[in-house]
Design a protein around this ligand. Structure first.
Ligand code: MTE
Ligand code: CO
Length: 421
């Protein structure tokens, strides 16, 4: 038993010890080591009344979270109305992208459509062409599904070499949302697709008249026509009041402000947007109809926008992995540029065609690191190295870059986008 007068001394000794081991095990600081006043003195937020319940009818993030915003890259596009911004992946946790942080890609600005003025039409090779109001659509059975959307051009600037400094810019043309909507096959059944109806042409109501050719098999499989994201109505920038969801397939097919689907007997390849989304190979041939987004992952922390700022010791590495082919089965992480691989811990829901959250905890010894992650999906597709991808596809591509990303960690904890061979 410890006598009371020895207690202070023993406690001081214990505090000293916990400072010494603080870096390795827990990372709390011992009392006395940091600004004690935050504990011992009454702070303003503890003294004065805060805002009432009427201050924010629609809630906003804390004012201290101002860095968690979508960002664009000025030199990438000349015009904000045919442009793109990027999801701040390094600021996110879990698997769901908050509605206000989903990257935006639109070719004719954001259409503002009152739901009561919106009409959705099915025509072409159907028994009965139909026009639906939003109310009509909400009378079909509803489904809730979490899916990632990745623009085919995500990581496109990285084909020839390391370019953009941050996972927001290299990988931020992806978001992951729980959608609520109705199955496209249920709507098509109502109209009755003729036997020669093999292709769909969805069309947006925005000034870009975005159209894409989609094979009927995909429509009959898992496509949704949705009106809600993460529990609330779609955001205007995500296609309010109605958008098409094409799980696992490239983002440009997910037509926003969806107003019409025409059923045809062949793809509409003469359309400009269709011909644009092809991958040019080294020999001048092009890959076309490359719809599925391949298995991919990226370490979001640490990364150039989220350096290691706690010094040596316990470090939590985290990232995202996804595959248009289904679930992600495993993620490997390397801190030495791919020499040694460790199986990361996938935490949270593992859903098909949805992003997966992974972690790898390690003790940083303060040396330089080369961080990499490599995802493997349930169909056994393995994320390729940049060299392997270039060997297969050449260097002229923009689309479908799912290569392994490398972050260099300097001895001061700062991070940089690099390539290693
Ligand atoms: N739909 C319409 N009507 N207009 C568009 O410009 N852009 C497409 C697709 N659907 C587009 C569209 C592209 S290229 C992508 S990557 C996704 O929408 C982006 O979806 P998001 O803005 O929800 O991220
Ligand atoms: Co796109």
């Amino acid at each position: 038993m410890m006598k009371k007068d020895n207690f202070q001394q023993a406690r001081r000794r214990w505090l000293k010890r916990s400072v010494a081991i603080g870096g390795a095990a827990a990372s709390a600081s011992a009392l006395g080591a940091t600004s004690e006043s935050l504990i011992t003195e009454v702070q303003d937020w503890n003294r004065y009344l805060g805002d009432g319940v009427d201050a924010n009818p629609y809630g906003m993030p804390s004012k201290f979270e101002g860095e968690a915003i979508r960002r664009d890259v000025a030199w990438l596009t000349a015009d904000a109305k045919s442009s793109v911004n990027f999801t701040p992946l390094h600021k996110l946790e879990g698997i769901i992208t908050p509605n206000g942080l989903c990257f935006e890609r639109h070719h004719g600005g954001i259409a503002q459509i009152a739901p009561q003025d919106h009409r959705f039409m099915i025509n072409g090779l159907v028994d009965t062409p139909l026009v639906f109001t939003m109310e009509d659509l909400k009378r079909f059975p509803r489904h809730n599904q979490v899916y990632f959307l990745e623009c085919a051009a995500n990581s496109g600037m990285e084909w020839r070499g390391a370019q953009l400094n941050g996972c927001q810019f290299t990988h931020g043309m992806v978001h992951n949302v729980m959608y609520t909507g109705v199955m496209l096959k249920d709507i098509l059944a109502e109209a009755g697709v003729k036997t020669n109806g093999k292709w769909l042409l969805p069309e947006g109501a925005d000034p870009s008249h975005m159209t894409r050719s989609i094979p009927i098999e995909k429509a009959m499989d898992d496509c949704l026509v949705v009106f809600a994201m993460n529990g609330e109505a779609l955001r205007p920038e995500q296609g309010y009041p109605l958008r098409l969801v094409v799980p696992g397939w490239e983002g440009n097919m997910w037509v926003k402000w969806l107003r019409r689907i025409e059923v045809g007997d062949q793809p509409w390849h003469h359309r400009e947007e269709t011909s644009k989304y092809t991958d040019l190979l080294a020999d001048g041939r092009a890959r076309r109809f490359t719809w599925t987004m391949d298995v991919k992952s990226v370490i979001t922390n640490p990364s150039p926008q989220a350096p290691i700022n706690h010094g040596r010791g316990r470090t939590v590495l985290s990232g995202l992995a996804w595959s248009g082919h289904g679930r992600v089965e495993r993620v490997d992480v390397s801190i030495d540029g791919g020499r040694n691989w460790h199986t990361a811990r996938i935490d949270g829901p593992s859903l098909s065609k949805s992003v997966h959250r992974f972690y790898y905890e390690f003790d940083w010894d303060g040396r330089e690191l080369f961080l990499q992650s490599r995802a493997i999906d349930e169909k056994r597709h393995i994320q390729p190295t940049k060299q392997a991808l270039r060997a297969a596809r050449g260097e002229n591509s923009i689309y479908h870059n799912n290569a392994i990303q490398t972050w260099y960690i300097n001895t001061d904890g700062s991070a940089e986008n690099v390539e290693i061979s």
